[in-house]
Design a binder for this molecule. Structure first.
Ligand code: ADP
Ligand code: MG
Length: 309
């Protein structure tokens, strides 16, 4: 099977999005943009052995590659619209491609985002997805708006994905709930959209709560005080933390793709309605304060987040 047959068989399914004027097949894709919107773009690459264990299924890899990009749109408060896929494959394995393509199509349909082009090459397995979203002009959420006195919040529970990876690496029987969060993260797009005009800053948690919150603090030129006891944890995580007296998976574990955001006091009453409407738990874990080091109350043994270099 040559490259072009591969693209037409696995990556050019019909699209229903009327903003796509020309999708896969030409030198470039053409999309309309509605007036009143700005484009938000982002790219993320997943490399076998770095971003996922080599044993990960094709369907999980496809889901995750798109989900991490959708999560960046969520963090910006944007509506995901279009994406391109740069796929590097060691070989043409049709059953792998079938699973990958099906899973990618499923999440893209579910999220209302269209595959409009890409690139296919041979080499060690890597998947880069570049995504474009729309945001109401001037309304995007940024990392830089946190103010002294704002609450610091997170969605759902933290550390599940890292705990799952820890279990895999320790040949522990995997907790099924945490494994789903590792392999099939569900980006908080609806929450991000709902936080427009409510949150003062927002980020998605990809590298760990501590490091990602620090990105907000640095961009906003403030600091924060968070209390580990307030961080929402799955029951298995609570047990793990109690047993090991070690908060590193919670504070440094990446791959949660939950949102961490700050909200001024005057907007905080809106959060319970947003939580109900989006079906997402929202928990305050701390407060923004004057510049200085991030203060983490109640935890020893916190280590360092993942860094590539
Ligand atoms: P070019 O050589 O002009 O860059 P290619 O031969 O690489 O074009 O790709 C042909 C068409 O297929 C283009 O529209 C490109 O966007 C699309 N394409 C290539 N690889 C993929 C992929 N993995 N997924 C989706 N579309 C792809
Ligand atoms: Mg060309």
């Amino acid at each position: 099977m040559n490259e072009f047959d591969l693209i037409s068989k696995y990556f050019s399914w019909p699209l229903s999005d009327t903003s796509v004027v020309l999708g896969v097949g030409d030198d470039g894709a053409i999309c309309d943009v509605e007036s009143g919107y700005q484009l938000v773009t982002s790219i993320d690459t997943l490399i076998a052995g770095v971003h996922f264990p080599k044993s990960t299924s094709a369907a999980d890899i496809a889901h995750k590659a798109l989900a991490v990009n959708l999560s960046d749109m969520a963090a910006m408060g944007a509506l995901p619209k279009h994406f391109t896929l740069a796929l590097t494959l060691p070989e043409v394995d049709q059953s792998w491609l079938e699973d990958f393509s099906q899973s990618l199509q499923q999440l893209s349909t579910q999220s209302g985002v269209s595959l409009i082009g890409g690139d296919t090459t041979k080499g060690p397995l890597s998947i880069a997805i570049s995504i474009v979203g729309w945001v109401e002009s001037g309304k995007a959420l940024r990392r830089s708006g946190a103010q002294i006195g704002d609450g610091v919040y997170v969605s759902n529970t933290i550390g599940d994905a890292a705990f799952s990876l820890w279990q895999l690496n320790n040949n522990d029987a995997p907790d099924s709930g945490c494994l789903v969060k590792l392999n099939r993260p569900m980006p908080q797009v609806e929450l991000g959209r709902s936080l427009q005009g409510i949150a003062s800053a927002c980020i998605d948690i990809s590298d760990g709560l501590k490091q990602d919150l620090c990105h907000i603090l640095k961009a906003s030129k403030v600091s924060a005080r968070i209390e580990v006891e307030k961080i929402p944890l799955a029951k298995v995580l609570t047990d793990h933390v109690n047993k090991k007296n070690d908060w590193s998976l919670v504070l440094n574990g990446g791959d949660d793709y939950e949102l961490c955001f700050t909200v001024p006091v005057k907007n905080q009453t809106m959060l319970s309605g947003i939580s109900k409407r989006c079906g997402v738990k929202i928990t305050q874990v701390g407060v923004i304060c004057e510049s200085g080091d991030l203060e983490i109350v109640g935890a020893k043994n916190i280590g360092r987040s993942y860094q590539h270099f």
